[in-house]
Design a binder for this molecule. Structure first.
Ligand code: MTE
Ligand code: MO
Length: 382
């Protein structure tokens, strides 16, 4: 069993697939801990068995095309470069896929709203390591991509991907080679001993168990860069899809979700308002400027109280914003036992992007980029 040496996991996680291990925290647990997600309940997304890596013999290969390859030990990484701490949310492209599946089946794991988590990462800057390996930070040259390769592999391939060079070397881009997660060494599930953290970009590019970095003219040719993690029209199906026609997902669109109450929860017939809590986040460092909640299908909206992360600039906002709102029970349902209602939320980011109302117009065969209004059905009870 290639998965026989996978680590132990927290029993509260909802398992979407055991081998490889893919799991998410239940909605209330996801935000109950507050701004940062405890490592044990951070969602876990593995495509392959978790590799066993000896930190003593670990070497990171760094190659800048046209220069000699550099090999760095874990100790080298920690000693040669300044350390940075960055609070960043990582979200899987498939977060909330189960809602897209409800429109029409898709291929992929059935994620709820928990394939997103927030961490204080500690590591060194990718930009510093690239410069050390000979990358000229001042030249806009032919090397337009930075590729990452993981040490997890099966018979045919390793996991990998790439990001555009401007993100990789931007001093405000905060791309880290992280060795700590919330002040602890990276857990095995999250990439021990070193992973990339690409803030504001789809989780798929934050390559875990990092083995190799290549600054290159071309994009990564890895399966997960070329043949997966791309968006298509709702009219494209598995017979007609041509993955070469769509760009690899990098920055993600704005998203939000209601974590409490959960679906089919009871609203007391004696209460006039419903306390609602959730998260909102957008890609590209676009901070959240507003979250609106409705209990009447969008006729009226109640603006949520935001708890934005402290000291995070609005256009370099890598971490999510938690929010809460007191939403009046609509006239028609107030005090009426058995009445059904539905609450929904949508967020607006710093570029005034907001979420589409419905899933059907953004449906795609891989079930990625689900970001329509998040809806939660409720029942009034005594
Ligand atoms: N890196 C490697 N080496 N192998 C993987 O399977 N999964 C990617 C990314 N990095 C993956 C990887 C995907 S799709 C996501 S969403 C994130 O890791 C998940 O990170 P997490 O498991 O720490 O939450
Ligand atoms: Mo992912």
């Amino acid at each position: 069993d290639p998965f026989g040496k996978d680590p132990e996991r927290h029993p509260a996680l909802i398992v979407n697939s055991a081998k490889p291990y893919n799991a998410e925290p239940p909605p209330d647990l996801l935000i109950d801990a507050g701004f940062t997600t405890p490592n044990e309940i951070h969602y876990k997304r593995n495509h392959l068995p978790v590799p066993e890596i000896d930190p003593e013999t670990y070497r990171l290969q760094v190659e800048v095309e046209g220069k000699q390859c550099v090999r760095l030990s874990l100790e080298d990484l920690k000693m040669k470069f300044p350390h940075y701490r960055v609070a960043a949310t990582i979200q899987c492209a498939g977060n909330r896929r189960e809602e897209m599946m409800a429109v029409k089946p898709v291929r992929g794991l059935s994620w709820g709203l928990g394939a997103i988590s927030t961490t204080e990462w500690t590591g060194v800057r990718l930009r510093d390591v690239l410069a050390y390996a000979g990358f000229d930070l001042n030249e806009d040259g032919p090397l337009q991509h930075v590729q990452f390769e993981g040490l997890d592999r099966d018979m045919t391939q390793a996991y990998g991907g790439s990001i555009p060079v401007h993100k990789a070397v931007d001093p405000h881009g905060d791309v880290l080679l992280a060795f700590e997660m919330n002040g602890e060494p990276l857990p095995r599930d999250h990439g021990f001993p070193v992973r990339v953290v690409v803030p504001g970009v789809v989780g798929a590019r934050s390559v875990k168990w990092l083995g190799k970095i290549i600054a290159s003219t071309g994009e990564s040719q890895n399966h997960w860069q070329q043949k997966d993690y791309k968006g298509f029209s709702p009219s494209v199906d598995w017979d007609t899809v041509d993955f070469s026609t769509a760009p690899a997902i990098q920055e993600l669109p704005v998203v939000s979700a209601i974590c409490a109450p959960t679906a089919h929860a009871l609203v007391s017939a004696h209460e006039d308002t419903i306390p609602v809590r959730g998260y909102a986040w957008s890609g590209g460092g676009r901070g959240i400027v507003r979250v609106d909640v409705t209990a009447d299908g969008g006729a009226t909206w109640h603006t949520a109280q935001l708890a934005p992360p402290e000291g995070q600039p609005l256009h370099r906002a890598w971490a999510w914003t938690l929010w809460e709102a007191e939403v009046p029970v609509p006239e028609g349902a107030r005090g009426k036992e058995g009445a059904k209602l539905e609450i929904a939320c949508k967020a607006t980011d710093a570029s005034y992007n907001t979420q589409p109302e419905l899933a059907a117009p953004i449906w795609n065969l891989r079930g990625v980029l689900t970001n329509h209004w998040h809806r939660v059905p409720l029942v009034v009870s005594d």
